[in-house]
Structures are given as structure tokens and as C-alpha cells.
Design a protein around this ligand. Structure first.
Ligand SMILES: [Zn+2]
Length: 94
């Protein structure tokens, strides 16, 4: 395991540069990088283990899958919704 120190340069994904760039470690946690600073745009951010955040397309896909799962496992819930309780009539005035 590499011995990381403040100021060491490591690769990480920069959301501003939208690619892997060199980063300086600005904060350490338990011997690993906690916060890093992009050496291209000087943006500070949490170290993300070189992982790019999911794109909008991937997020949409995840939501799609999630909804598919929901519709697959929740027919009972739909049946319940099909028979709604009578609306409360609290606004009735004398
Ligand atoms: Zn950057």
C-alpha cells in the first residue's frame, strides 16, 4: 500500500475537467486521500477513487430499472390504489 502524504500527486476524476487529471492531496483520512485538488483547474473536491460520477444517461437508466422493479413487485399496491378511500369531506360547511 502506498504511503500517501499531503501534497502527493495522484490521479482522480475531476468533474470540472470531466476527465482523470493529476490531483494534489490536500486532506488525508486513515492513510488515504480524503480531499484532493485538481492540478489543472485547482478545484478542491472529495477524493472519488478515480470514479467518474454517473452521467445523466446512466442515472436515467438506473431510474428506468428501478421503476421496472417497482412495477414488477408491486401489483398489490396498484390494486390498493384502484380502490381509493372516499374523499374526506372536511370542507363541508353548515
Ligand atoms: Zn480539474
Amino acid at each position: 500500500m502506498p504511503d500517501l502524504r499531503l501534497g502527493d500527486v495522484i490521479d482522480d476524476y475531476c468533474v470540472k475537467c470531466r476527465r482523470l487529471t493529476n490531483h494534489s492531496i490536500v486532506s488525508l483520512m486513515n492513510g488515504s486521500a480524503a480531499k484532493v485538488r485538481c492540478r489543472t483547474c485547482y478545484n478542491d473536491h472529495d477524493y472519488r477513487n478515480e470514479q467518474a460520477p454517473p452521467t445523466k444517461k446512466e442515472l436515467a437508466r438506473q431510474k428506468e430499472l428501478y421503476n421496472e422493479v417497482l412495477s414488477g413487485v408491486a401489483p398489490a399496491a396498484e390494486a390498493a390504489v384502484a380502490d381509493p378511500p372516499p374523499p374526506a369531506d372536511k370542507k363541508k360547511k353548515k
